[in-house]
Design a binder for this molecule. Structure first.
Ligand code: KIV
Length: 275
């Protein structure tokens, strides 16, 4: 490999670098992490952005929604992930109701994620109504990534995880939300589960990068929930998740092999024991 491309691969990813990638039409790769070993592997693989998502509430803690996640729980996940990551930009999700009540509270909680968790940016779901809060947090030196389209923290408002923005009225509202994030100083916007034509429109309109999940090829980058793309969750098969592995099958196979070996006195053997 040429020295210049190795240097590019090792270059620390910053919000500025993501902006350069948009301009250069270089796609941004992003995945979620909640634990040290996964975060280290994502970083080794060259993933550009690692989101400590509140999806941890579902895929790590087994809840039905992202709503139960608390600030202290998020902080724990952020700390273990940032301990592992050297190159990728690490973004921490702001949990439900940790940034909505007042700009002061949003700033205090975002500061904890940066200072105690060592995150390099935070993510907030919302849009126009959140603009004063985003401005306040950005003004304090904390990079904010917006999240529009399907907003999982609002699941009880929607009543369903169906695609958002399929009618023109809601599509316009999602566009306004994305624009509001940009005007308030956000460095990027996640667009979740909207028609690909809408995500492309937003991507073309904004100067900041868009990161799609279930939003098609037109976005500047892509994100998936890591346990989903690894095939660890056999209960969840939305069409936007491509399975890059079948870890659930592999892991169950390994666990039952071990179980059998213990029962049949095949583990441990002499080489695995001490004199
Ligand atoms: O919490 C999360 O993992 C997310 C991604 C789905 C973007 O917000």
């Amino acid at each position: 490999m040429k020295r210049s491309s190795t240097a590019k691969l090792n270059r620390k990813v910053t919000t500025l670098r993501l902006q350069e990638m948009k301009v250069a039409n270089e796609k941004i790769s992003a995945l979620t992490a909640y634990d040290f070993l996964t975060a280290r592997m994502l970083d080794q693989a060259g993933i550009d952005m690692i989101l400590v998502g509140d999806s941890a509430s579902m895929v790590f803690a087994g809840n039905d929604t992202t709503i139960p996640m608390k600030m202290d729980e998020m902080l724990y996940h952020v700390r273990v992930v940032t301990r592992a990551v050297k190159r990728a930009l690490v973004v921490a999700d702001m949990p439900f109701m940790s940034y909505r009540k007042s700009p002061d509270e949003a700033l205090g909680n975002a500061a904890r994620l940066m200072q105690d968790g060592m995150a390099e940016a935070v993510k907030m779901e919302g849009g126009r109504s959140l603009a004063p809060i985003v401005e306040r947090v950005v003004d304090a030196g904390i990079p904010v990534m917006g999240h529009v389209g399907l907003q999982p923290q609002s699941i009880h408002n929607y009543g369903t995880y169906k695609t958002r923005g399929t009618d023109e009225l809601e599509a316009e509202s999602i566009i306004d939300d994305a624009r509001a994030f940009e005007s308030a100083g956000a460095f990027a916007v996640v667009i979740e589960k909207v028609p690909m034509s809408l995500a492309r429109r937003i991507t073309d309109m904004l100067k900041i990068p868009t990161i799609g999940i279930g939003a098609g090829m037109g976005c500047d980058g892509q994100i998936l929930v890591t346990p989903d793309m690894l095939g660890m969750n056999t209960q969840f098969h939305p069409r936007f998740v491509r399975k890059y592995a079948s870890l659930s099958d592999e892991m169950v196979k390994a666990f039952s092999h071990y179980h059998q070996d213990v029962k049949e006195l095949k583990f441990p053997n002499d080489a695995e024991s001490y004199e």
